[in-house]
Ligand binder design. Sequence first.
Ligand SMILES: [Zn+2]
Length: 475
Amino acid sequence: MGTPDLRGSYGTFTFYSDDPMTPAGTVEGGQIIPVQVQHSQVKANLIGPDNTFRQGSPAATEPFTVSIDPLEAVAKVEVQDHKFILREGEWSDWISVQFQLIPFIGNVRGICRFYLKQTHPRFELYVSPINIDPADPALPLSTPKSYSRDLSEEAGEFYTQGISEDTKALSAGVLDDGQYLQQARTVLAEHRRIFDAEFPKFQRGMFFFYFSSLDLNAHMFWRLIDPKHPEYNTELASQYGSALPDFYHQIDEVLGQVLRKLDDHTTLLVLSDHGFAPYYRSFNLNTWLLNNGYIHLKPGGSDSNEAFANVDWSQTRAYGLGLNGLYLNLRGRERNGIVDPAQADTLLHEIKDKLLAIRDPQNNATAITRVDRAKDVYQGPYANKGPDLLVGYNRGYRAGWQTILGNFPADEFETNSNPWSGDHCMDYTLVPGVLLSNRKIAAATPALTDIAPTIFAQFGIQKPDGMMGSSVFSH
Ligand SMILES: [Zn+2]
């Protein structure tokens, strides 16, 4: 999931527009670049990786030209030695682009896809994040390194960035639902092509395959299957409400393929590591901690977007970071820690009780249904590296987008208006995962921590010391 794009980010799309109403600059997961149409032509640059061989490490760029048909909704794109025609609403294939870092010596290759969103009256062009080319990877994508090349020769080019579905482009309004859906379907088509190339080769050992479609598309399309969602829209629901069930059908088809090929000696596990729930309302934990006196700000307030920019750590006892983490500002651990470790237990108890009592002023619902102490749920040598409290949100609630980054929105609760409308970063007992098998599962309540021991047991391997869980087939 963490595989970067060629720029080293989690995926940065670019959007070229001559619409003066489209604000230029950086959005989450993308960059919006203003362009001008002159004599029916647009000249712009693809943005590659930072060139550390040059002073100031500017991004390496490669020019491209779009020639727009003055009458028809069609354009010709020229980039390096590629020339291709796109109609409005059409995606290109993967286009391979070389970025020069040192002339003639240091080059890196990436691949991207162009989507011509609009030709007239405005010009709008989306270019996917530039992915590391599996055929010629600038950084190793596989072990052995040659495997990604072999795979691309067999199954064609494919997205290599960690989360390939461009949910950020949908959230930013750069792609609409239909356009995002085309892109998300392409991702699954690639996964299925790779699966179809690899699964027939499986004879013995273990075969693992991850399909990202159900997770990412449940995040994005929950609002179109749930009339109670604040972003539910009847028209969009009738148009795209079947998109999420369609992804389930496709995965079910893959399962059918697998079941037909299994023999009696082969164990099948179908695993989802979490379930799903609506995400109606955000809870801003840091705002709540601020309002309840656990965080103090320096004079000047909390305007900055930098994480914890104005926090006065000499008076701050607890802070939220990440989707479910709450940490004490502990003396001896945090650089400016003030909480005496001897008082930590009492303070955590107090915060936990208050969190569980919080009600959403909009409907009086419980926002947090479970709070776990790290010492009760974590074990092993890294147990003390995690948060001190794990905040388990009720179905419908999640930590807000800003609080998880260490910021302080004005309100403790906010309505979630992002297309990212379903989630699972909640009380884990309310979003259980799914485990299916072709063998009888003996465990009454199988857990994620049972999966590794289950796989070990299949191969007759003793599970290592300190590993939790046990085989789900012999509970
Ligand atoms: Zn997810």
